[in-house]
Ligand binder design. Structure first.
Ligand code: ADP
Ligand code: MG
Length: 475
């Protein structure tokens, strides 16, 4: 259901993506949604309070600027935290109920009457300074398949250990692409661990770690912050690739060493292996690589189907009429590839649609609803060095030329092409790309990307050249 506001919002997002880079964009803006636009005010929402305050304090101006370049009459952007409504619904349609939320009071040890702790687990967890936990992300709802068996087993092992047990692998480091279940596994550890109350398990996103540390420094509470962290039995850090800033990284390194040396468990997730965390100190990387490093692969079709079935079964508790024919599930599992988030999105749409129209779910409806979730096969991960090597060969210059400060035309253009390819074929941010091209500024990279984008539109020969390079790199 495209409407002008939504279309404008899509364009604003594209601008933002270029301005802040893919990494920043996907961590702070990917889950931002347009709620409404009234007069000169745009209302946007994000799923957590933390996201709201971070975006407000770091990106408010950029956001407004990007919006104003699409619509100059906008004067104000208002950010709200949305409640757990169906996220994929377009705005202005009244939200229907959410997919079921699991009770956090269940006895996760699986025996006896459901326990009713005096304080909910999430409250205890938040009091420790942890990031919010999603009650749906537990071991019970995690479907095990070929691509995640090892990661799941290791996570389970960590969550079942007792205080004082010898730690088997430390840190446990799980890496995988977006939407493949890292956060789900990590939060499962937090839920399971804190249900026992024997050990303190703290789940923190790397951003939260940064944010807490920086605010502790500001209020001169850094010591309290350090001490609190060092009393944790199991420290779980999500999205480590976003850990930035020298002093934060140092602090992280100290915490990591202190915990591991004291025999406490550390669990980490990131979107790449330790060796590829280029902005981290070499010592931290090797410490991270020294435990158990497990990769989770893409979700195979079978696993996708199982996840969908489990989701529907869970949804049925709250929406008894929610029937999805197996054929439809099979269809979604086939075409919505790779990403668990899109699977969830697809089901939410079907649920919303059947609730709003009261119609049974058919294959035809499914096809219509999930069309835009179909993505082409994800390209192979490409390394910046590879791009530099292949571009240098193509234009008959050396890789050193590309990294040098030479500004002759025969080097400038290949360098711009290489930067452009680095931006389009990798997930590296502009500043990171700048660093890898002889320590250039991110604005130089942005300029190169825009320049080539512009040229490709007008110059067929160049467009073809770039296509050929892309093919060579992705084969
Ligand atoms: P990541 O943190 O790796 O980006 P998430 O853990 O947020 O991914 O997973 C994205 C979505 O896919 C979540 O809704 C999650 O519950 C679901 N998901 C991913 N893997 C599984 C799985 N093995 N079983 C059940 N749900 C899964
Ligand atoms: Mg995640």
């Amino acid at each position: 259901m495209p409407n002008p506001d939504q279309e404008r919002w899509s364009r604003v997002k594209e601008r933002l993506r270029t301005v802040v880079g893919e990494n920043v964009f996907s961590s702070w803006f990917a889950r931002m949604e347009l709620e409404s636009s009234e007069g000169d005010t745009i209302k946007l929402s994000v799923p957590t309070r933390f996201l709201k305050s971070w975006v407000q304090s770091h990106y408010a101006e950029k956001l407004l600027e990007c919006w104003q370049s699409e619509q100059s009459t906008v004067g104000r952007i208002e950010l709200t935290v949305r409640s757990a409504v169906i996220r994929t619904l377009p705005p202005k349609v009244k939200p229907v109920e959410t997919l079921p939320v699991r009770s956090e009071f269940r006895d996760t040890r699986g025996f006896g009457e459901p326990r009713m702790p005096s304080t909910p687990i999430s409250a205890v967890h938040e009091a420790l300074g942890g990031s919010p936990l999603d009650p749906r992300l537990t071991f019970d709802s995690f479907v095990v398949g070929r691509s995640n068996t090892l990661a799941h087993a290791a996570a389970k092992q960590v969550s079942q250990a007792h205080a004082g047990d010898a730690v088997m692998f430390n840190p446990l480091y799980i890496h995988a692409g977006v939407g493949l279940g890292k956060t789900h596994l990590l939060q499962s550890i937090a839920w399971a661990g804190n249900a026992g109350a024997e050990r303190k398990v703290l789940y923190l996103t790397a951003e939260r770690f940064m944010y807490s540390f920086v605010s502790a420094l500001r209020t001169q509470n850094a010591l309290v912050f350090k001490d609190t962290l060092r009393t944790i039995d199991v420290l779980v850090i999500d999205d480590l690739q976003f850990l930035q800033g020298k002093s934060t990284q140092q602090e992280f390194c100290h915490t990591l060493n202190a915990l591991i040396d004291a025999g406490r468990q550390v669990v980490i997730a990131a979107d790449r292996p330790p060796s590829d965390l280029e902005t981290l100190d070499e010592r931290v990387r090797s410490r991270l690589a020294g435990g158990l490093v497990v990769e989770m692969g893409v979700l195979g079709e079978e696993l996708r189907l199982e996840i969908l079935k489990a989701r529907v079964a869970a949804a049925k508790h709250h929406h008894p009429g929610f029937d999805v024919p197996l054929q439809v599930l099979g269809f979604i599992a086939k075409i919505v590839t790779h990403n668990g988030r899109d699977l969830e999105g697809a089901l939410n749409r079907l649920l919303a649609n059947s609730k709003l129209n009261g119609q049974p779910i058919t294959l035809e409806m499914a096809e219509r609803e999930v069309r835009d979730l179909i993505r082409p096969q994800e390209p192979r991960r490409v390394k910046i060095e590879e791009i530099q090597r292949i571009v240098a060969r193509q234009y008959n210059v050396s890789r050193a030329d590309l990294l040098s400060s030479r500004r002759t035309a025969n080097v400038v253009r290949p360098r711009q092409v290489a930067m452009y390819l680095a931006k389009t074929l990798t997930l590296r941010s502009l500043p990171e790309i700048g660093r890898r091209f002889g320590g250039r500024d991110h604005t130089t990279v942005l300029h190169a990307v825009r320049k080539i984008e512009h040229l490709v539109g007008n110059d067929n020969a160049l467009a073809e050249e770039i296509e050929t390079l892309k093919r060579q790199l992705q084969e």
